[in-house]
Design a protein around this ligand. Structure first.
Ligand code: ACM
Ligand code: ZN
Length: 553
C-alpha cells in the first residue's frame, strides 16, 4: 500500500511537472529543460555580471537589468564587480548571476534557477546573449514592453542546458525591390536576435535599385538607387510613375553592423553579380554587353541585361566595389549572388565570345560555354576576395559548370543544390523555396491575404524542413546551417514585412537551433499561440494571424 502511494505520488508529481512544463514556452526550444519546485522572484533582484565577460556581454546584461527594472516597475541594480562567483559558490548569492565558464562551447549556456539565485553560465558573449533571450521568454511577456506592467514577475525554478544545432542561423532581407530604413533594419535585427539568429544576409543590390554607397562609383547611388516608377500589382506592363529610391551611406552601414554585432549577429552583404545588375548598368552603361540604354528596372522579373565579362573594365568595377564592401563589413563571407543570369547577351556579344575563345572554354553536353564563362567570373571574384581575407557564398547557380574549391553554395531552387554541393565537398546553406521563402502566401485564402509573389508556405510546412535530408552522413558537416529569404517585390511597408516574417520565423528558429528529437509541431504551435504571440504584442511587432483563422493584414 505504501509502495502504491509512493508511486501514485511520484506519478502526480511528474504530472504536475509536465503540466508546468507547458507554461515554459521557449522558442527555439532549449536542448534540455528540467523543471524544479518553487519560483525565483525577478522583481528588484540585483543583476551581477562577471567582469571577465567582454564589453558586448556586460552591456547586454546591464540592458537586461534596466529593461527588467523599467517593465516590472522595481529597480534591479546592475553590477560587474570581481568575485561575484564566490557568492554563488558559497550558496549565499541573491539575484541574477552571469558567470564566465570556459568549459562551455562558444554558443552554449546554462541557467540554474533557485529560489534565491538565478545563475547563468557561458563562455562567451554569445552564450550570454542567448541566455538573456531565454530568460526574457521565462518572464511575463511584459518584459518586451516599454512601460511598467503588473504581472507575475517570477521565473520557475528549473535548470536549462542549451546550445544550437547549426552555427549559421540566418535571415535574409531584400532591400532593393523595396527599401527599408536603418531603423526598420534594426527592428528586423532585434526580432532575429530574440530568436537566437546570428547571420543577417543583406541583399543590397539588384535590378530595381542599388542601395549601398560606393565612394569609387558615386553614380551607383546617384542614378542606380532611383527608379522612375514601380509596377502595380502583378501587371508587368503597368507603372505607378512615382519615383522610388533610397540607399545606405557607408556611415549608416557601419552603424547597422555595430548594432548587429551588439546582438551577436554578423551581417553578410550581397552584391548580386553578374546578373541582377540593372541598378549598376543604369549608372555605368559601359559595363554591359550592348552599352544600353539601361534604366533602373520598374518591374519585377529576371532581366536579360547583365554585366559583360568580356570587358576588363567590368572586373575593374567589380573589384572596386568589392574592395569597399570587404573593407566595410567584418564578416567572414561576402555573398556574390550568381543567380538568374540569362546568357542571351553573352551569346551575341563579340567581347564575351572572344573571351570564351581566349580562355579555351568549350561547351559540354551538360553546360554551355556561357555557363562556364559565369564560372570564370565567380572564380575571379573569389580570388580577389580571398586576397582581402574573405570567402564567398553564391546562389546555387554557381555550381553549374565548374565551381572552384572553397566557395559556399546557398541552395534556393529546392534542396538539390545544397545536397549536390555538400556531397561534393562544398559547404552549403539551406534556403529552399519549398520551405523557406517567406514571400510566399501563408494562407490558402489568397483573396483575404495581402498580395504575395505566389506559392503557399504555411507555418507547419516551414516547421517540417529537415536540413540533412538527402545528405550523406559524412557530408553533413558541410551543411553550415539554414536561412529563410524575404524578397520584397510585393512588400512595400514595414508592417507587411513583419506580417510575412512572423510567425514563420519562429519555425525557422527551431529548425536552426533544435535537434530533430527536440522538435514537435504540436508543442511548438502551443508555444506560439499561448506565449509567442503575446511576446509580439508586447514587443510591438505585426504578425500574420492565419493560424488563428485570420490571414488579413
Ligand atoms: C533567388 O531567389 N533568385 C535567389
Ligand atoms: Zn559581353
Amino acid at each position: 500500500m505504501k509502495k502504491t502511494l509512493f508511486i501514485l505520488t511520484l506519478a502526480l508529481l511528474s504530472l504536475s511537472a509536465a503540466a508546468k512544463e507547458v507554461q515554459v514556452s521557449i522558442v527555439p526550444r532549449p536542448e534540455k529543460v528540467t523543471l524544479l519546485k518553487g519560483e525565483f522572484k525577478a522583481t528588484g533582484a540585483p543583476v551581477n555580471c562577471d567582469p571577465a565577460f567582454n564589453d558586448t556581454a556586460r552591456k547586454a546584461v546591464a540592458a537586461f537589468a534596466s529593461q527588467l527594472s523599467m517593465t516590472s516597475g522595481r529597480s534591479s541594480s546592475y553590477a560587474a564587480t570581481p568575485g561575484v562567483e564566490r557568492a554563488v559558490a558559497d550558496g549565499k548569492g541573491k539575484g541574477f548571476y552571469f558567470l564566465k565558464d570556459g568549459s562551455l562551447g562558444a554558443e552554449a549556456y546554462t541557467i540554474e534557477v533557485g529560489k534565491k539565485a538565478l545563475v547563468v553560465r557561458a563562455s562567451s558573449h554569445f552564450g550570454v546573449l542567448y541566455a538573456i533571450q531565454t530568460l526574457k521568454q521565462l518572464l511575463p511577456p511584459a518584459i518586451y514592453g516599454k512601460t511598467p506592467k503588473q504581472a507575475h514577475w517570477f521565473i520557475p525554478c528549473l535548470s536549462i542546458q542549451d546550445a544550437p544545432r547549426f552555427g549559421y542561423r540566418g535571415m535574409h532581407l531584400d532591400c532593393s525591390r523595396h527599401f527599408f530604413s536603418v531603423a526598420e533594419v534594426k527592428r528586423y535585427l532585434d526580432i532575429m536576435a530574440a530568436y537566437k539568429m546570428n547571420r543577417f544576409h543583406w541583399h543590397l543590390t539588384d535590378d530595381q535599385g542599388w542601395r549601398i554607397e560606393i565612394k569609387r562609383f558615386p553614380l551607383l547611388t546617384e542614378i542606380g538607387s532611383v527608379r522612375t516608377g514601380t509596377q502595380i500589382g502583378k501587371d508587368r506592363n503597368s507603372n505607378d510613375g512615382i519615383p522610388y529610391g533610397g540607399f545606405y551611406t557607408q556611415d549608416q552601414i557601419r552603424e547597422v553592423i555595430a548594432y548587429a554585432a551588439s546582438l551577436g549577429i554578423e551581417i553578410i552583404p550581397e552584391i548580386d553579380l553578374p546578373g541582377h545588375m540593372l541598378g549598376a548598368l543604369a549608372a555605368y552603361p559601359e559595363l554591359g554587353c550592348t552599352g544600353g540604354p539601361y534604366e533602373v528596372w520598374r518591374r519585377w522579373g529576371i532581366s536579360p541585361q547583365v554585366l559583360c565579362p568580356g570587358k576588363e573594365t567590368t572586373f575593374d568595377f567589380l573589384e572596386g566595389v568589392l574592395a569597399e564592401v570587404a573593407e566595410l563589413f567584418p564578416s567572414e563571407y561576402i555573398h556574390i549572388g550568381g543567380d538568374e543570369c540569362p546568357k542571351t547577351e553573352w551569346q551575341k556579344c563579340p567581347e564575351c565570345q572572344a573571351l570564351i575563345a581566349a580562355l579555351g572554354i568549350k561547351a559540354t553536353e551538360e553546360f554551355t560555354a556561357e555557363q562556364f564563362l559565369q564560372n570564370y567570373v565567380t572564380a575571379r571574384v573569389q580570388t580577389f576576395l580571398a586576397g582581402k581575407g574573405k570567402k564567398i557564398i553564391g546562389w546555387d547557380e554557381i555550381l553549374e559548370g565548374q565551381l572552384a574549391p572553397g566557395a559556399t553554395v546557398m541552395s534556393w531552387r529546392g534542396v538539390d543544390g545544397g545536397v549536390k554541393a555538400a556531397n561534393n565537398g562544398f559547404d552549403a546553406i539551406m534556403t529552399p523555396t519549398t520551405y523557406l521563402y517567406f514571400d510566399y502566401y501563408q494562407s490558402q485564402d489568397k483573396e483575404k491575404s495581402p498580395l504575395a509573389i505566389g506559392g503557399y508556405l504555411p507555418l507547419e510546412k516551414v516547421y517540417s524542413f529537415e536540413p540533412f535530408e538527402g545528405i550523406d552522413a559524412s557530408a553533413r558537416k558541410h551543411i553550415l546551417g539554414v536561412q529563410a529569404n524575404l524578397w520584397t517585390e510585393y512588400i512595400a511597408s514595414n508592417e507587411y514585412l513583419e506580417y510575412m516574417l512572423l510567425p514563420r520565423m519562429f519555425a525557422l528558429a527551431e529548425i536552426q537551433w533544435c535537434t530533430p528529437e527536440n522538435r514537435d509541431y504540436d508543442r511548438f504551435l502551443g508555444d506560439v499561440v499561448n506565449h509567442q504571440f503575446q511576446v509580439l504584442d508586447n514587443y510591438g511587432y505585426n504578425y500574420c494571424r492565419e493560424i488563428l483563422g485570420d490571414p488579413s493584414l
